[in-house]
Design a protein around this ligand. Structure first.
Ligand code: PLP
Length: 379
């Protein structure tokens, strides 16, 4: 059987990884500023993470949500504490799309409405409900198209206030758009969205799948705006590679048995991974590190030639280049052995582990500057 060919691949196979580095089968070492797409939060193969998962596997790897799994309570308690959302509840699932799917369902169960407002360049996942609020017709199948979804310009609070009525079930927005090119939701926009949703009884969902879990230099990027969404979705960095997703649910939502459910969500291994991640984030002050090393990177990038704009917060950085980004990324990868991400044709995305050091950042800055320097014209 062949693989269904949906991914354009780089011809590199990482076979080992540690911290912010991965190695291919020939022993070449690569600096990983992509984090497997914002997933590696505490660094590859962190010893505490490896031990927690290995020990858990020796005990019990899985049982269904029909029995008590007290590790779920430990995870919820720790997540509440570190995020500042101790009064919210947690629903555990397996991915970002699933988290958004459940958030949309909860919002609609809550107020009985069906219309959803989303924004230009939004990405919320590929399952039915999540892809319907994703602003990319190329990945929305006819069966997923939903006439109840309205897209408004991102960061346009006037347009949002004008469109919000008591018919609107939910507003879903990324605190920092990832796939959309590292576009930061302004504090004013989020504050006005919060106030407008309060007026109409609309549920405000902050998709924090990519920008959450400390990546922005705060636990959730919307915390820069000082707002409290009704629902917050999370995944990616939550399990440092183990598939874990979650919805943080404000106390205004009433739970009832059977309202939501999943076979795999919140299993023992997922909880062991997610608890280990939170322990390391707290124990190693990784949120502060993300803020500091992110600021250092952005400051030093700003002096380089050939850059149109630098966007982002913490270790979620978008570098918009004057020249197409792909040849630059290929040079970084194949010649300098540095993994980066992309968004669109002209934006390089940095989504490294939150434990990235200034020394690692310097390696990138030096190599990147070398590529961007205008080449001398000979002759
Ligand atoms: C903001 C955002 N939401 C949702 C998703 C979907 O997450 P998953 O691929 O885990 O379903 C992503 C994935 O890139 C994302 O960036």
């Amino acid at each position: 059987m062949k693989l269904f060919d949906v991914y354009p691949l780089y011809d590199i196979e990482p076979v080992r990884a540690e911290g912010s580095y991965v190695w291919d089968e020939k022993g070449n070492r690569y600096l990983d500023l992509y984090g497997g797409h914002a997933v590696i939060s505490i660094g590859h193969a962190h010893p505490h993470y490896v031990t927690s998962l290995t020990d858990q596997l020796q005990k019990i790897g899985f049982y269904s949500n029909s029995v008590r799994i007290s590790m779920q309570e430990e995870l919820a308690q720790k997540l509440g504490e570190i995020s500042g959302y101790g009064d919210y509840s947690l629903f555990l699932c397996n991915s970002g799309a699933e988290a958004n799917e459940n958030a949309l369902k909860l919002a609609s169960f809550h107020n009985g409405r069906r219309k959803v407002i989303a924004f230009t360049k939004a990405f919320h996942g590929r399952t039915a409900g999540a892809v319907a609020v994703t602003h990319n017709p190329a990945i929305v199948a006819p069966v997923n198209y939903n006439e109840h979804v309205q897209f408004l310009p991102f960061n346009d609070a006037d347009a949002l206030e004008a469109a919000l009525t008591e018919e609107v079930c939910a507003v879903i927005v990324e605190g920092i758009q990832g796939v959309g090119g590292i576009q930061v939701a302004t504090e004013n926009f989020l504050q006005r969205a919060r106030a407008a949703c309060d007026k109409t009884g609309t549920v405000l969902i902050l998709d924090s799948v990519q920008c959450g879990y400390g990546r922005s230099g705060k636990f959730f990027s919307h915390q820069y705006a000082g707002i409290h969404p009704d629902l917050i979705t999370t995944a990616k960095g939550m399990g440092n590679g183990f598939p874990v997703g979650g919805v943080l649910i404000s106390p205004k939502f009433k739970a009832s048995h059977g309202l939501l459910g999943t076979t795999f969500g919140g299993n023992h291994l997922a909880c062991a991974a997610a608890i280990a991640v939170l322990d390391v984030i707290k124990g190693e002050n990784l949120i502060e590190n993300a803020a500091q090393v992110g600021a250092y990177l952005m400051e030093n990038l700003s002096g380089l030639p050939g850059i149109k704009e630098i966007r982002g917060r913490g270790l979620m950085i978008g570098i918009e280049t004057e020249e197409p980004a792909e040849p630059i990324r290929k040079k970084l990868l194949y010649e300098d052995h540095i993994f980066t991400g992309a968004a669109g044709k002209h934006t390089i995305r940095l989504l490294p582990s939150l434990s990235l050091t200034k020394g690692d950042a310097d390696v990138f800055l030096e190599k990147f500057a070398g590529i961007l320097q205008p080449q001398e014209v000979k002759g």
